[in-house]
Design a protein around this ligand. Structure first.
Ligand code: ATP
Length: 369
């Protein structure tokens, strides 16, 4: 991995920081890069070796000024996964991944849930037209702020607290992002999105729930053309399995968003195919597949690269390169339809072979790479 902590020259190309990270991140991101190159996207890629290997080698998680450098010198970041059992408590993953989300204030975690082929969905009688929604997850607050503590540790009287932080500013901006997203995006078939559903657990988490409920109602009034709805998170989980057709845009807090998007990934074919973006409109945003480092399958050419490749497409779309985004999405769809798949979704290809198939489909031959 090329270590690059310097800045690329400014030119007309979109400047992308690529951080493959750990585990399968190091396998799937090269396939995403092949797809970007095969799409002839006008980008300039700079690689960074932030991750467990570097941390274990020199103790650096993020170089001084790292986040400011990313925000200043890049249009977007393409990241793989962070997590390695050799690093106690995965401190590097926390500092790199949560560091980007929190310190760069990437408050909207946008996770599209699109079924590409009925064969990928574990539900009976459900096809692509039935699963096409997006989860907008608050990405900078909630229980992820590491506030709280342990008292009387190791004694029978031990107490642990984990604070759930919800600010009016944070809740309002993510809800407004969801309504704006709903307004901007049509569904796959071109029909408009008309619903924003807010999911919480306000019957149990009454204080935070009250803030979410009041804010949701107030913001919804600014969008009279969009319907608003509410579900408790437990009911939502059941409904996502019973009838996923009903959802269009779901907005929720950090932890519920984390949990329901694993369930949603299951509806799409598993973690290997799910894409996501960590976005702050107008600022350098970061794109990463939903899955983590998956150490059990890392280094074996088993990981499904589709989530990372679709994440790269999403990043290009975010940067205004929508024809390149669509070319990549079309190639992934063709791979799914022609069963050019990795083992996790019922195929026999390796990570590299699946990535090469997609790149070749877009007109480039990467078989020698
Ligand atoms: P981390 O600690 O980094 O979150 P993890 O293994 O706990 O890693 P994930 O990486 O999200 O969590 O994966 C959970 C499981 O899902 C993996 O062990 C693997 O079986 C499967 N999985 C995840 N991503 C992929 C992928 N791209 N291709 C195939 N299987 C995957």
């Amino acid at each position: 991995m090329l270590r690059c902590d310097t800045f690329p020259a400014v030119n007309h190309k979109k400047r992308i920081a690529v951080i493959p990270g750990d585990g399968i991140g190091k396998e799937v991101i090269p396939q995403a890069v092949k797809a970007i190159e095969a799409a002839n996207a006008p980008v300039e890629l700079s690689y960074f070796d932030w991750g467990a290997d570097r941390y274990l080698a020199d103790g650096v998680t993020v170089p001084p000024d790292g986040f400011a450098m990313l925000a200043r010198d890049f249009d977007a970041i393409l990241a793989g996964a962070f997590g390695d059992h050799r690093v106690p408590s995965n401190v590097h993953a926390r500092e790199i991944l949560l560091g980007m989300r929190f310190k760069m204030d990437l408050y909207a975690n946008v996770r599209p849930v699109k079924l590409l082929d009925a064969a990928l969905c574990p539900l009976k009688g459900v096809g692509p037209k039935d699963i096409d929604f997006v989860v907008i997850r608050e990405n900078t607050e909630g229980v992820y702020g590491d506030l709280g503590g342990v008292f009387k540790q190791g004694t029978p009287d031990e107490i642990a607290t984990q604070e759930d932080i919800n600010t009016r500013k944070g809740v309002e901006r993510i809800i407004r992002y969801a309504f704006d997203y709903c307004e901007r995006h049509a569904k796959l078939d071109g029909s408009p999105r008309r619903w924003v559903l807010m999911c919480d657990k306000s019957n149990a988490m009454t204080h935070a729930g009250s803030l979410w409920q009041r804010t949701f109602k107030e913001v919804a009034r600014e969008y009279p053309q969009i319907n608003s709805e509410h579900m408790y998170v437990d009911a939502l989980c059941m409904q996502m399995v019973r009838d996923p057709r009903q959802f269009e845009v779901i907005v929720t807090n950090n932890m519920f968003g984390d949990i329901i998007t694993d369930l949603a990934a299951g509806l799409q074919g598993g973690l290997g195919v799910a894409a996501s973006g960590n976005i702050h409109p107008g600022k350098t945003s970061m794109f990463e597949p939903v899955h983590g480092s998956a150490p059990q399958i890392a280094g074996k050419n088993l990981a499904n690269p589709f989530g990372a490749i679709l994440t790269a497409a999403m990043m290009l779309g975010h940067l205004g390169l929508s024809s390149e985004e669509k070319r990549i999405e079309a190639a992934v769809l063709a791979a799914v339809q022609q069963k050019k798949l990795t083992q996790d979704v019922g195929g026999s290809l390796g990570t590299k072979e699946a990535g090469e198939w997609i790149a070749n489909r877009m007109g480039h031959d990467f078989t020698e790479i």
